[in-house]
Design a protein around this ligand. Sequence first.
Ligand code: ZN
Length: 293
Amino acid sequence: MARRVKALPGPAKTQGFVEIVEGVHIFIGGDGGTNFGLVLTDEKPVIIDNDIRIRKAFVSGMKEITRKSPGLVLNTHHNFDHTSDNGYYHKRGAVSVGEENVRLEMEREENEGIWVKQMAGRPQKVEHLIGKLHIAPPMVTFEGEISIRYGGRLFEMVHIGHCHTKGDTVVWMPEERILFTGDLLDYRTHPVARLGNFGNWINATPKLKKFPAKFLIPGHGPIPTQPASKVWDEFRGYMTKLRSRTAAALKKHRTIAKAVTSVHMDEYRNWFRSNLVPQNATLMAKELRKKRR
Ligand SMILES: [Zn+2]
C-alpha cells in the first residue's frame, strides 16, 4: 500500500520463565518462540504445551522452580512446537490431555512421514530426530470441552474450532482468570495459518473475547500488557485487514499469485515473522475464491 501507515510496536525478545501470579510460571519463547505454562499445584505441576527442541532450557528452568516432575500435560493444539515432548513427560509418569483433533492431526502427520521432517532446515536442528522421534498424542482426548480439577486448581479446556489448526483449544483457569490461547493468539507475531482457516478464526474472536481474562498467554510472542479485549480486537484487526486487502487485490489481479504480491500489512512490519504476509495472503485468497464459487 502506498500510503504511509503507523507501525504498531514490536515485541520484546526475552526468553525464560516469568511468574505471573503465585505458582503460575510462563516460559516465554523469546523472538516469537513458543510459550509454555508451568502451574504449581498441591499435587504435581501441570505444564501447558512443550517442545523437544526447547527441553533443555525449559527443564533446567523448571528445576529451579520445583523439584517435582509434571503430573499433567495439557496440549493447546497438535503442532510439533507444542506437543513434541509429550513422550518425555509420559515416560516420567505424566498424563496428557488434548482435544480429539489434536490426536488425529498428530497421527496424520506421522502417517504422512512429516512429523519431524517438516521442522527440518530451521535454526533448531531436528535432523537427528528423523525416524527416531515419533508422536506421543494426548492420552486423554475429549470433544467440546473438559474440566480438570487437579491439585486444588481448575483447568477448563475449551475447543474453539478450526482456526489455526483443527484442534485449537484454550486452557482457561477461571479462578486465576488466566487464558492460555495456544496459537489462536500469537501476540504481535504474524499468525501461522498453513493449516488454518481465517474465516473461522475471525468468527471465533467474539467467543475468545468472552473469557474475562486478566492474563492472556499467547502461543508465541510476549505476554500482553493491554486488556484482553483490546488484544483480541488488535488481532481481529489484522485478520480483517488482511481479508479486505486480499479481496481488493483479487479484484485487480486474475491469479492468486499475482494478487498476493500487492497485499501489504505495513502497520504490522515490526511484528515477529513479518515474512509470513504473502503466505497468509495466499491462504486468505484461496478462502475468498472458494467462497465465491
Ligand atoms: Zn506454535
